[in-house]
Design a protein around this ligand. Structure first.
Ligand code: AMP
Length: 358
């Protein structure tokens, strides 16, 4: 079976690495010649909306998936007329726009922060009036890792905020005083089977995920699974889905979803019986899904901006290094490290040893 992947970054790379042992082959549509997954399959080096390349892709592969939300809708529609595209385009349309996403969560009875649509200076003022300060203005689309966000404090001048936005559609969100951030990764196969990974506790700095710790048997697991199941059902979903939440007491407020494998599930490569990458491959090729049980006590530490000395990382027993083949630059995710502790204390110790060599 041949799988087409739109996007050639580290997620495509890890998907292909998980798919080869299952006998899958890959065609990767990616405009950058030196993309870090380009050599992991046949590389169609063309823009994501290049009709000829899309046509050739549809001829060559059995199913198409993608590694990021901002695949042009017209490309997905074009492909979908010819071959299956998973996760389904309606999941993509929903996840790429914060307003659609939060509206869906609310319709499904999933709690979110208070939010309001902002499309003019007047609507910004009304939204701030209703939601209050501090609050956070986010662009509806194309924002990730904290990009496209402006904080609104007591003293913030709304005219300046509106000016910075440049007329881009946005939403205003109440700032949630969360206890912690957690996420759940779920997978649904073409024929309906679903699995859920243990929730992960996520630590962000400057809007970028730094550390993700898998929590087996956490009290919020049942609620996170129930919410994920609602989204999988509502979107006739196929593939891996991630939902990020703010936890407040025993409540979970959904922040966003990703219709793809997710950074907060990278620990599953060595820390689960079957990784999120393999389960995405199994799900879209309609194979039985693998166990999401943890192996020991896994956690993941992102490598951002710099690549550590390889030998000092590899000298730590129980630690796995993943470099993405990307050149380092500030704020860029260039790899990650997984630790698999034998106990919770062992995991904490390993995390400390890793931090010391970064
Ligand atoms: P996002 O781009 O929505 O994933 O936001 C990146 C990070 O900013 C989140 O993981 C949180 O740490 C923080 N953040 C975003 N939205 C809110 C909010 N409404 N309340 C509190 N923190 C937030």
């Amino acid at each position: 079976m041949k799988i087409g992947i739109i996007g050639g970054g580290q997620l495509a790379r890890m998907l292909a690495l998980a798919g080869y042992p299952l006998g899958l082959e890959f065609v990767i549509l990616e405009p950058a010649e030196d993309a870090c997954s380009a050599h992991l399959g046949e590389h169609f080096c063309a823009p994501y909306d290049d009709r000829q390349a899309l046509e050739a892709l549809a001829q060559k592969v059995d199913v198409v998936t993608y590694e990021f939300e901002n695949v042009p809708a017209s490309s997905v529609e074009f492909l979908q007329q010819q071959i299956p595209v998973y996760p389904p385009p309606k999941a993509l349309a929903c996840a790429r726009d914060r307003l659609n996403e939060k509206t869906l969560f609310r319709e499904l009875g999933i709690e979110t922060a208070e939010f309001a649509e902002v499309d003019s200076y007047e609507s910004l003022c009304q939204a701030v009036e209703r939601i209050g300060r501090p609050s956070l203005l986010k662009t509806r689309t194309l924002g990730y890792d904290g990009k496209g966000q402006q904080m609104i404090w007591e003293e913030t001048d709304l005219e300046a905020v509106w000016c910075n936005l440049n007329g881009v559609p946005a939403i205003l969100e109440a700032l949630v005083p969360f206890d912690r951030e957690v996420s759940i990764i779920a997978a649904k196969r073409v024929s309906g089977e679903m699995v859920f990974y243990p929730v992960a506790k996520n630590i962000h700095e400057e809007g970028i995920l730094r550390v993700s710790v898998s929590l087996a048997d956490d009290p919020v697991q049942t609620l996170a699974e129930a919410y994920a199941r609602k989204v999988l059902d509502a979107l006739d979903y196929v593939g891996v889905l991630a939902i990020e939440f703010f936890q407040l007491g025993d409540r979970l407020l959904a922040n966003e979803m990703a219709p793809r494998v997710h950074n907060s599930g990278h620990w599953s490569i060595e820390g689960s019986v079957c990784s999120q990458f393999e389960n995405h491959m199994r799900a879209i090729s309609d194979q039985p899904l693998g166990s999401t049980e943890n192996i020991g006590y896994p956690a993941m530490i992102n490598l951002i901006g710099t690549i550590p000395e390889r030998s000092s990382v590899l000298a730590i027993p129980g630690v796995h290094l993943h470099l993405y083949g990307k050149s380092p630059r500030p704020g860029r995710k260039v790899g990650h490290i997984t630790v698999c502790g034998k106990t919770e204390a062992d995991r904490t110790g390993l995390q400390g040893k890793v931090t010391n060599v970064l």
